[in-house]
Design a protein around this ligand. Structure first.
Ligand code: AMP
Ligand code: ZN
Length: 470
């Protein structure tokens, strides 16, 4: 089966193959490092983590590049101040310190969410030379012009402008408002390079005097540098379609005279009380605080279990339900490990084959993960019934564990390493089991209570006692 992905550029689900038939070259817009990532940012980063892992599940290699925006992302108010500079002023430190601190925090957070790091994480401040060269090339090709030390992209020189966002003229104009400077030739033109006013904290020399790059040019330059043009897939949250990605396309296609990226994928927003969660609005929960309350696996599961192109509302109930599901999966793993039967010829192999087929068919349909997961949960119910009926051999159980590992190479919410209890606690469990067998139930109950106080919950099953941390 071929994976189909919804391409924002064509507004269609299209069969996806990497251009070279093997390795997928993918660029995802990374965080602007002036604050901790919030749980909405995490949703977008997870969308692309699941996509990357699913591409591998299907046998592709993936070269993933994800930038760190540490300069040039302006606030959306009239002052249009750099987000990092504003935060640095508030905290009375340098913009570089702000970037360093929040970049580290970002890596810590994604690691806990089991998001695999990109192969390359280019920082904008380390690629200023490449941006200057790209801007020079745009001027040379007649797509950009300089005024008073700033350089603007001439939107009129690129007739395909608007092809990604497909916005009507008025909205394209409204989006250019942030850039409203008298000196632009046309209102829709946007800045590639900005002159640094006196006292501006971040500045680099350039052929047009000291200044700093615009946010859009960072991504088109860094993606082209590490992936080549055209590359296979460019992604980000839906808010980046316009102006960020529209402008990236104009710049890159203007600079190289050919297609920039083949597929554009955008994930929907995470909402809180029906509104987009955002750092600038302040209505956000950090990824860290949600993980601390509900565990990283539950947080991850909650965020990936809804289709990436549907809005998702953050609620405690949703997170608690996700935690519950992750626990059920974990209990299933423990139960499988304790299967000791030898009976041959069970239904299990057929169940595995049909669940795996169902999972892959749904994922192939533009990562329809909620439907893919329903195959997994149906499978779990049927497999549990077979175990209950004593119909499952140790060999079957180990085939199920292999299947779960394959699924988890995409989902990443399960744990397969079995935890060894400290000997002293294991001894209490053994002693209780011995009391139970002697029918000394009051001793058995006392031991169970003792274990509970130490955070170990026991569950008696036909296969013997099982423990979990409570
Ligand atoms: P930023 O750090 O603001 O540049 O955003 C990093 C990524 O998170 C971008 O791809 C955004 O589109 C995405 N993003 C921001 N807010 C949300 C949200 N509420 N839900 C989903 N993705 C978001
Ligand atoms: Zn970007």
């Amino acid at each position: 089966m071929v994976l189909k992905l919804f391409n924002t550029l064509t507004r269609k689900k299209q069969p996806f193959q990497p251009a070279d038939g093997k390795r997928v070259r993918m660029y995802v817009c990374g965080p602007t490092v002036y604050n901790y990532i919030h749980i909405g940012n995490a949703r977008t980063f997870l969308t692309f983590d699941v996509l990357k892992r699913y591409l591998r599940y299907k046998g592709h290699e993936v070269l993933h590049v994800q930038n760190i925006t540490d300069v040039g992302h302006l606030t959306e108010d009239d002052l249009a101040e750099d987000k990092l500079i504003r935060k640095a002023k508030e905290e009375n430190v340098s913009p570089l310190q702000i970037a360093g601190h929040y970049t580290e925090a970002y890596f810590r957070d994604i690691e806990r969410l089991r998001i695999e790091r990109a192969a390359v994480n280019p920082k904008a401040t380390e690629h200023i030379d490449g941006m200057v060269r790209a801007i020079e090339e745009l001027i040379r090709r007649g797509h950009a012009y300089e005024v008073n030390g700033s350089v603007y992209f001439d939107v009129g020189s690129y007739p395909e402008y608007g092809k990604l966002s497909r916005l009507p003229q008025e909205q394209l104009l409204a989006g250019a408002r942030v850039e409203a400077r008298e000196e632009k030739r046309a209102p829709m033109d946007f800045a590639l390079w900005k002159r640094a006013e006196a006292g501006h904290a971040m500045r680099w020399p350039s052929p047009w005097g000291e200044g700093y790059p615009g946010w859009h040019i960072e991504c088109s330059v860094m993606s082209a540098q590490y992936l080549g043009v055209p590359f296979d897939l460019h992604g980000g949250g839906k808010d980046l379609i316009f102006p960020h990605h529209e402008n990236e396309i104009a710049q890159a296609e203007g600079q190289f005279g050919k297609e920039f990226a083949r597929f554009w994928l955008h994930s929907e927003f995470l909402l809180v009380n029906g509104e987009k969660m955002s750092k600038s609005k302040g209505n956000f929960f950090t990824a860290k605080e949600v993980m601390d309350r509900f565990t990283p696996e539950a947080t991850r599961f909650f965020l990936i279990s809804a289709h990436y192109r549907t809005e998702l509302n953050l609620t405690d109930e949703g997170l608690a339900a996700a935690r519950n599901t992750v626990e059920r999966l974990q209990e299933f793993i423990v139960r499988l490990r304790s299967v000791k039967g030898t009976k041959q010829g069970s239904e299990m192999m057929k169940l595995i084959a049909s669940a795996e087929k169902g999972f892959a068919e749904e994922m192939d349909d533009d990562l329809n993960i909620s439907a893919a997961l329903s195959h997994v949960f149906d499978f779990m119910r049927e497999a549990n019934a077979l175990i209950q009926a004593g119909e499952v051999s140790e060999e079957d159980a180990s085939a199920v564990l292999d299947f779960l590992k394959r699924l988890d190479s995409v989902l990443c919410v399960m744990r397969f390493e079995s935890e060894q209890l400290p000997a002293e606690l294991q001894a209490l469990i053994d002693e209780r089991e011995a009391s139970r067998k002697r029918k000394d139930f009051s001793a058995a109950d006392q031991l169970r209570e003792e274990l509970r106080k130490r955070g170990i919950i026991l569950d008696d099953t036909p296969q013997g006692p099982r423990w979990k941390r409570g």
